[in-house]
Design a protein around this ligand. Structure first.
Ligand code: HEC
Ligand code: HEC
Ligand code: HEC
Length: 409
């Protein structure tokens, strides 16, 4: 009797243990899923300061209206989200409401509101599992009147609808997964969609290109001229997972997006995004007429190119795939704004992606070329080898030179 009781107790204990092990397996599976969702959403870009504890906040973000700082979202009870319940978290993601009232859209709730409850639950489980860090952060460093959070009531009225994501039944599951990532967690429009005067998305021109922080986030619609229309699904997938492909290398903010976020996505998710971009509405930009051959800037620019650039980008501008990006017949070069081209030629650029360690860099030419030479070589590139785009003025070079404090020749 005693024996059988013991064995019954042991069995019960074993069952209980097994259940709690299962529960903790489920818990850790949920946390792991949440971690992956944080990578799709790139939360750390704005909430983790380089070299500091994860998610303790303090990242300064410049907007045309002033500075905002990513908050502490660790589970610290006083300076982080330790006292929040899931519903509070969901309100921040879906409605843009934080502990101090309405959030500014520097927190990408205009995209994140499309995140499903299921994904928010996993993300919340993950955030609760990270180390709590005591680190007070003042998010709102905007000048008056922009520092008045109630202004966001009006902003939301004009620019925000909390409508959840709706799959399009006429499209494949893969396309819908891509839509969910691009329009939601990936918040690609945050940089790639043109903004109205108060910083809201011009949704009718979604993803057709916008200048952020003096970088041009290119047209990533299926436009065959200014966009990624000529890229195959495999090309886009490769770019998202490695930061380069036969057309381009990611520089500046996009190198950070690849590094912090898209290189960690599953191949299936990167491919879904590619399929969505390829098979959605294209922007309406068309090739303008290239400058006439008699334009003196072209001959002068060709000379600068031959002397300073052929060594790496090649005499016909074709580059060397994945090492020296092509400049001929390239969307980045003929994009509406030459901002990234100016930044890269003046300041140089090193392929900032982990997967390209040891890859060659682009030298800074600020001290080797004057404003006119840079304007000429870029005007030449934008109007040669299949490219046609507005010329680049010496004023534009001068302004960017000052902005980057790049020094003079
Ligand atoms: C592009 C930058 C950016 C990204 C990406 C970003 N955030 Fe934020 N987030 C901010 C800023 C800035 C604030 C503070 C806004 C304010 O105070 O109005 C904020 C605020 C928050 C808050 C409210 C905190 C509080 O104290 O009220 C939460 C919660 C939050 N973010 C979670 C996330 C999560 C989860 C992700 C990833 C899915 C994420 N954020 C991605 C910039 C960002
Ligand atoms: C923080 C701003 C930012 C975000 C967010 C962002 N991008 Fe970009 N993206 C850029 C910039 C800037 C460039 C131009 C990079 C360069 O000059 O090499 C770029 C370039 C690209 C290109 C290459 C286009 C070409 O013709 O060379 C693709 C593809 C792309 N982005 C896709 C995406 C997708 C998909 C997302 C969302 C998951 C995204 N980007 C989110 C800033 C951003
Ligand atoms: C020593 C080799 C080298 C020389 C010389 C060089 N480049 Fe580059 N260039 C690169 C590399 C490498 C990259 C990719 C770096 C990156 O985007 O991070 C690049 C990128 C670029 C880009 C951005 C293209 C893209 O797809 O991201 C432009 C525009 C450019 N170079 C123009 C020029 C011009 C104009 C000259 C001459 C004045 C020049 N380069 C000289 C190596 C070179």
């Amino acid at each position: 009797m005693k024996n059988s009781l013991t064995s019954a107790t042991t069995a019960l204990l074993a069952a209980l243990l097994c259940m709690s092990a299962q529960a903790s397996d489920m818990e850790s599976e949920l946390v792991a899923r949440g971690r992956y969702i944080s990578l799709l959403g790139n939360c750390q870009a704005c909430h983790t300061t380089a070299g500091e504890k994860p998610y303790a906040g303090g990242v300064k973000l410049q907007s045309p209206f002033g500075t905002l700082v990513g908050s502490n979202i660790t589970p610290d009870p006083e300076t982080g989200l330790g006292q929040w319940a899931f519903d509070d978290f969901k309100r921040a993601m879906s409605e843009g409401k934080g502990r101090n009232g309405l959030l500014y859209p520097a927190m990408p709730y205009p995209y994140y509101h499309r995140v499903t409850d299921e994904d928010n639950t996993a993300l919340w489980a993950y955030l609760k599992s990270i180390e709590p860090v005591r680190h007070p952060v003042q998010s709102n460093l905007l000048p008056f009147p922009y520092n008045q959070r109630y202004l966001m009531l009006g902003w939301n009225l004009l620019n925000f609808s909390s409508k959840p994501f709706e799959a399009d039944p006429g499209r494949s599951p893969e396309w819908n997964r891509g839509a969910y990532i691009v329009e939601g967690l990936g918040h690609c429009g945050g940089c790639h969609t043109p903004k109205n005067l108060i910083g809201g998305d011009e949704t009718s021109r979604a993803l057709s290109g916008y200048v952020v922080d003096s970088w041009y986030a290119t047209d990533i619609t299926a436009n065959g001229y200014t966009g990624i229309g000529d890229w195959s699904v495999a090309d886009i997938t490769e770019y998202l997972r490695t930061g380069r492909n036969r057309f381009d290398t990611a520089s500046g903010p996009m190198a950070e997006v690849v590094n912090d976020s898209s290189q960690h996505w599953t191949e299936a998710d990167a491919k879904a995004v590619a399929v969505y971009l390829k098979e959605s509405a294209s922007s309406t930009a068309k090739a303008p007429r290239p400058l006439g051959d008699e334009d003196p800037r072209l001959a002068r620019g060709a000379d600068v190119y031959a002397f300073f650039c052929t060594g790496c980008h090649g005499a016909t501008g074709r580059g060397v795939a994945r090492l020296f990006p092509p400049l001929a017949d390239t969307a980045l070069v003929r994009g509406e704004s030459p901002a990234s081209l100016l930044r890269i030629v003046l300041g140089g650029s090193r392929q900032g992606v982990d997967t390209a360690l040891g890859a060659p860099g682009m030298p800074a030419f600020a001290r080797h070329l004057d404003d006119r030479q840079i304007a000429d070589v870029l005007t030449f590139l934008r109007n040669h080898w299949g490219n046609a785009a507005t010329p680049v003025s010496t004023e534009a070079v001068r302004t960017m030179r000052q902005q980057l404090k790049a020094g003079a020749k």
